[in-house]
Structure formats: C-alpha cells, structure tokens
Design a protein around this ligand. Structure first.
Ligand code: NAD
Length: 303
C-alpha cells in the first residue's frame, strides 16, 4: 500500500524554497494538509518576501492539495508559536512537524562574529526547539506526532568555515536523542534527516559533476517516510543525497578498562591509544554508560 497522509496536518518550516519546498509538495501530494512556513529571506537570513511561501501554497492548491502560508520566522519563540497556531486554526490539529528552515553565515572561526554565531544558532537550533516546544503539548495530548529535524554532515564530520552552523546542526541531534525517550509513550517519533542537495544554499559549494544529481526532491522521500504513521524509527538520523540513503550512527570502540581502584597515569592512556582508538572493535553507542558496567562486573568491582 502507498504511504498516505490523508487527514494529517503537517508543518514544514522553510518550505518556500529548496528542500523544504520539495518536502511540502510531496507531503501534500500524498494527502497531508500543509502549513508552508517561510519568511522568504536571503541565504543569510536578511530580508523577506511573503511571495515565497505564497508560491508554494499556490503550487500545492493547483495540484489539488490543501495548504496555507505562514510567514513567521522560526527564530523567535512567539513567532514559532504562531506557526503551530496557524495549523491548529486552519485544521484543528497538528500531526507532523518538519523543522527544515535554515540560513548560512559562513566564515573561518577566527573572523566569525558572535552575532553571526548566535544568529545561525537562533535559526537552526532555537528555531527547531521553539517549534518543537510549541508542537509538543498538542502531540502529547493526541498521543501522536512525527517530528523530523534537519541536521548536517557539517556538524557530524565538520566543515571549514561553519562553526556556527555545525554546532547548531549537532544541537538538534542532541534534542531528538532525548525527545525520542520522552515522546515514545505518546507515540511521538523524533528523527533527523541529514541531507545533501543542490539548492541556493549549496550551489557555489558543490562539485559541478555531482551537483546536478543532488536534486532536492531525492531527499524528500526519506523525510516523508519519517513523517509516516508506519515509521517506527525513533531517534535515528537518515542521510539522503542523490538517490542514496543511509543511517548515521555513533559507534564506540571496545577501548581499555583499567581497575578504578588503582591510579591511572597519563602514560597508561598514551600507551593504550592503539586499543582505545581501534575502530575495528567499535559497536553502536546506544547506552549512556557504554560498556563500563559490563567491564566493572567482569573485574569484580560491581555485582
Ligand atoms: P534554502 O536556502 O534553499 O532553503 C532554506 C529555507 O529556509 C529558505 O526558503 C529560507 O527562506 C528559509 N528560512 C530561513 N530562515 C528562516 C526562518 N528564520 N524561519 C523560517 N524559514 C526560514 O536551503 P536548503 O538547502 O533547502 O536547506 C534546507 C535545510 O537543509 C536547512 O536546514 C539546511 O541547513 C539543511 N541542509 C541542507 C543541505 C544541502 O546540501 N542543501 C545540507 C545539509 C543540511
């Protein structure tokens, strides 16, 4: 059976262009009622134009779907609340929240102003938190919600000139890692998409031979899947680019375990680096304590 979103209400932030536009078009084409949120500014977040969100709303309606516009910035708490209110006012509920809005203010860290650092974090990190915070009580109350945040390889592996952006993109991973636990019993799933696509944000950054293959619409099926009722993934990161899909996961190595009853020297750490860093022994990092409990038990230090 096809994946459908009939009777579901969705918000896609930053849906006026690039990836967000494709996410909104796909969700609407499968029956979702969509709030197309976008203040319509430039890549660095300056300026604004209502026509940007309006054009996507018109596109959805022309194709027979249902959509309303929201021109609010996610970067201010009261305005983010108004985006959620727009959905509830239009259709009386909210089932799906895709936090996609984004800006760039790239500079080498040495030259980056704290203003640019804060601004980028305000849009990506706080813009996500403000929307999730406003959606959360609604989703809890109805015991249903699908939340997708947008992370980036820039945070996971780092990218020169993007300290502000990379940090903000990792912050949203931390958010879903916690919310997956808190939302589980309310059937709220929180996952992340780590996209790579040719948009105005990346047009000057991508190699010319690969760029044309990285169509934003090739990312949206993964986002829509994570928004579906069928999806039981929770706290996962899916990477999507150019038709390729993969899971991003932290691993931890077997490492070494010294007896905590004895002192540990700097040299003991230095001399064990081979084992500490040996990725061939790595396993998915799934618990707060890693494998320390097992090891201390083996050593007889705990029962
Ligand atoms: P884009 O510039 O085409 O789209 C971003 C949209 O967000 C724009 O329409 C913009 O107006 C909107 N926006 C900006 N500030 C906003 C705010 N305060 N409130 C609401 N909307 C706002 O860029 P894109 O490539 O489509 O990026 C979409 C998301 O994907 C971003 O979060 C971006 O960081 C992330 N991302 C993109 C790539 C990529 O390769 N394109 C890679 C990793 C992550």
């Amino acid at each position: 059976m096809d994946v459908r979103f009939d009777d579901r209400v969705a918000i896609v932030t930053g849906a006026g262009a690039g990836l967000g536009r494709q996410h909104a078009l796909l969700l609407a084409s499968r029956g979702a009622k969509v709030v197309v949120n976008d203040p319509g500014g430039a890549v660095d977040g300056t300026g604004g134009a209502n026509a940007v969100a309006d054009a996507v709303v018109a596109e959805i309606r022309k194709a027979g779907g249902e959509a309303v516009a929201s021109y609010a910035s996610v970067a201010e708490e009261a305005l983010a609340q108004s985006i959620i209110d727009t959905a509830v006012k239009a259709w009386g509920r909210l089932d799906i929240l895709v936090c996609n809005a984004g800006v760039l203010r790239d500079k080498a860290f040495n030259n980056m102003t704290m203003e640019d650092y804060e601004f980028v974090n305000r849009v990506h990190h706080f813009g996500t938190v403000y929307c999730v915070k406003a959606a959360w009580p609604i989703m809890r109350k109805q015991s249903y919600g699908r939340i997708v945040v947008t992370t980036s390889g820039s945070g996971t592996v780092g990218n020169f000139g993007q300290a502000n952006y990379g940090a903000a993109k990792m912050a949203v991973n931390g958010l879903i890692n916690v919310l997956r636990h808190e939302g589980a019993k309310y059937n709220i799933r929180c996952n992340a998409i780590s996209p790579s696509a040719l948009t105005r944000m990346t047009e000057s950054l991508l190699p010319p031979d690969i760029g044309p293959w990285m169509k934003p619409e090739l990312v949206s099926p993964a986002v829509a899947w994570l928004c579906s009722e069928e999806c039981d993934q929770n706290g996962e990161i899916l990477a999507a680019t150019a038709g390729g899909f993969a899971r991003v996961q932290y691993f931890v190595t077997e490492g070494v375990q010294f007896d905590p009853a004895e002192p540990v020297s700097i040299e003991m750490v230095r001399d064990s680096l081979g084992r500490i860093r040996d990725l061939s022994t790595a396993k998915p990092y799934t618990g707060l304590m890693g494998n320390v409990v097992e090891k201390l038990r083996e050593m007889g230090r705990i029962k």
